[in-house]
Design a protein. Structure first.
Ligand code: ADP
Length: 195
């Protein structure tokens, strides 16, 4: 199985690139952000709690996102692999993902990290906010808070995957297509020389 973790701060382009990579490598795309927004749209009890936290730029509790991933993995096990977009976001989540994949006799193959400067992230997210309708993309204050949380809780995962030789940084500058090509090249190289 090929299991990719697509990593990077909010606005780095994970969602856009994940769609391309899922198609190219025939992977099931799992985005926790999308799954959470589906709960909001369905107006469930969980959806209402989710909306409050997401709009403030906070992370959802680990146990909730981990159960979502567990359910999703169970449903789509007959696949060539997964691309995880927006997950894991904490060290706890990374440990949980390892355990879940182990149950399916698999593991994370590689963590691809999109690197983008803070100023560029803020510009991109404010622009997205004009059309996406996402409250968390509308105010600079909320966006900065999300970036702070990324630096505090999510960025430590770089060490986690680097120590396992799975960390590959990709500069998120350039066109969407150029970045897709860089990501594809990296994945192909890793597949040719695994471990
Ligand atoms: P972005 O990468 O632009 O922040 P996402 O769609 O990945 O957008 O996530 C939107 C929001 O959903 C996050 O700010 C957070 O509140 C919540 N979220 C998504 N994934 C997770 C996760 N793995 N753990 C906790 N919260 C999450």
């Amino acid at each position: 199985m090929l299991n990719l973790v697509l990593f990077g701060p909010p606005g780095a382009g994970k969602g856009t690139q994940a769609i391309q990579l899922a198609q190219t490598f025939n992977l099931a795309h799992i985005s926790t952000g999308d799954l959470l927004r589906q709960e909001i749209a369905a107006d469930t009890e969980l959806g209402r709690i989710t909306a409050e936290l997401i709009d403030k730029g906070e992370l959802m509790p680990d146990d909730i996102v981990i159960s979502m991933i567990e359910a999703k993995l169970k449903k789509s096990i007959a696949t060539a692999g997964f691309i995880f977009d927006g997950f894991p976001r904490t060290v706890n989540q990374a440990h949980a993902l390892d355990k879940l994949l182990m149950k399916h006799h698999s593991k994370v193959s590689v963590m691809l990290c999109l690197v983008v400067e803070k100023e560029e992230l803020i510009n991109r997210l404010l622009k997205r906010g004009l059309t996406s309708g996402r409250c968390d993309d509308m105010e600079t204050k909320t966006i900065e808070h999300r970036i702070d949380i990324y630096n505090e809780k999510t960025a430590p995962l770089i060490n986690y995957y680097e120590s396992q030789g799975k960390y590959y940084p990709i500069h998120g500058r350039g066109t969407v297509e150029e970045i897709t090509e860089q990501l594809k090249d990296t994945i192909l190289k890793i597949r040719q020389h695994p471990g």
